[in-house]
Ligand binder design. Structure first.
Ligand code: AMP
Length: 116
């Protein structure tokens, strides 16, 4: 798939609208269009990586930045104390539906464990 066909690359490039809450030189965060919790953000790398299964050792710092951005955004939204969950679906059994890496950040209600 080329980047022009990628939904999240198009959101990154502001060709498709989204409720963007954070952007820096490495990552972008926006509200999930179908929220599964009162706070449901997606944090993506600006660089197109289809799935966690495609990550290389040199991407380790970038994946750390996704996690830290997710944690900071959850805390900034007031969920540093009551808690939040970060989830990355990879591949068909996990239900990955958009093939540009994204970290789900969910908060604002009690989250069941284990997930479905
Ligand atoms: P996953 O199933 O883990 O690949 O997650 C993909 C997520 O992208 C789902 O939670 C969708 O609701 C979300 N999503 C799909 N299209 C959009 C969009 N245009 N803007 C924001 N979130 C989206």
């Amino acid at each position: 798939m080329s980047e022009s066909d990628c939904l999240f690359c198009n959101i990154r490039d502001e060709k498709i609208p989204a409720a963007i809450v954070y952007r820096d030189n490495d990552v972008l965060a926006f509200k999930d269009v179908t929220p599964r919790a009162p706070l449901h953000l997606l944090v993506i790398p600006l660089r197109h990586i289809a799935s966690l299964t495609d990550a290389r050792p040199e991407d380790a710092e970038l994946f750390g930045k996704l996690m830290l951005a997710g944690a900071r955004l959850a805390a900034d939204a007031g969920h540093g104390e009551d808690g939040f969950r970060v989830v990355m679906n990879a591949g068909p059994n996990a239900g990955q539906s958009v093939f540009h890496v994204h970290l789900h950040v969910l908060a604002g209600r009690e989250l069941a464990w284990p997930p479905g």
